[in-house]
Every structure is written in C-alpha cells, then in structure tokens.
Design a protein around this ligand. Structure first.
Ligand code: S3P
Length: 168
C-alpha cells in the first residue's frame, strides 16, 4: 500500500504521516528528507542556490523514482501536488490523503517555523497571513482531489484509527 499525505505547509503532514504509518505497520518517509539525502543539500539551500524551478524538478523526480518499499506512507511538500502533474501521478499510484487546515491554524503553526521554509522565511505576521490566504486558494483545488480529506484540527488517536481502518 502506498499512502501519500498532502496539504499545506504547517498542517502537520509529517506528524500525522508517522502516526498513520505506525498504525498501518508500514515504513514512513518524508519527501523533503528524501530530497535532502539524495542531493546532500538542505531544501533552503536548494532554493537559494538553484532556484525554485530546479527544486520542483528534483521534487518531481524524487517522488517518481522513490521506491523505498512496496508499502509506505510518504508525506509530501506543500507544493508537491501542484507541480509537474504530481497529483495525477499520486492518485494513480496510491491512496492520497489531504490533511485539511484553515488559514488561522496554519498561521499559528507556521509563525515560529519560518526559517527552514524558504517560501515564508523573512515574512512578518501580516505577510505570512496574506501569503497563506493567496497560496491556499491556488493550491486547494489540487489538494481537494485527494481520495480522502481529514481535518488537521482536533485530529486524535480515534480519528487516526478510523482512517487507518478505512485504508486497509
Ligand atoms: C513547500 C513546502 C515545503 C518544502 C518547500 C516548498 C511549498 O514542505 O517542500 O519548502 O511549496 O509549500 P512542507 O510542506 O513539508 O513544509
């Protein structure tokens, strides 16, 4: 089973992905980490030295080349579904779960976590809010195509169990 977790930065894809993988008893991977391991470079540094377009190429390549095992949960980057037809590829190659979150939730989560995310590094609170609103509007049509949608807020063990059961 291949499960792809998609959603905006700060929605908690990695935390939820790890827990879900644990319940399903299959390995967990994080696409950003896979990219950093392969490139031997941090995401921020890739953006800085090679630019976003190069990052999107690498991201697309890593997603498709990835074959860690037959069964896994992979948490993707916030932009992954939006570029290079990745959402179509994920829908065709596994189960896609959208971790849905409201702008206010995302803003509070991202406020203190800007530095390692090149798209929001250096933005003040107002700019961050505006960025989230604008970006979410553009990206949500891609996220909404997921097979399953679960709310990030109030996600507890019981709801995760229900999701795990649905997926098996
Ligand atoms: C990005 C999200 C990041 C990372 C990169 C670009 C985006 O991943 O892939 O900084 O375009 O939203 P997270 O969603 O895990 O923060």
């Amino acid at each position: 089973m291949q499960v792809f977790i998609i959603g905006f930065m700060g929605s908690g894809k990695t935390t939820v992905g790890k827990k879900l993988a644990n319940k399903l008893e299959i390995p967990f991977y994080d696409l950003d980490n896979l990219i950093e391991d392969k490139e031997q470079q941090s995401i921020s540094s890739i953006f800085e030295t090679r630019g976003e377009n190069a990052f999107r190429e690498i991201e697309n390549q890593r997603l498709r080349d990835f074959s860690g095992s037959d069964h896994y949960v992979l948490s993707t980057g916030g932009g992954t579904p939006v570029f290079h037809g990745n959402i179509d590829w994920m829908l065709a190659n596994g189960v896609v779960v959208y971790l849905q979150a409201e702008p206010a939730f995302l803003a509070s989560r991202l406020k203190n976590e800007k530095s390692k995310r090149p798209l929001i590094a250096g933005k003040n609170d107002e700019e961050l809010k505006a960025f989230i609103d604008e970006m979410l509007e553009k990206r949500e049509p891609y996220y909404k195509r997921a097979h399953f949608e679960i709310p990030a807020k109030g996600l507890n063990a019981q709801k995760l169990n229900e999701l795990a059961t649905t997926l098996t």
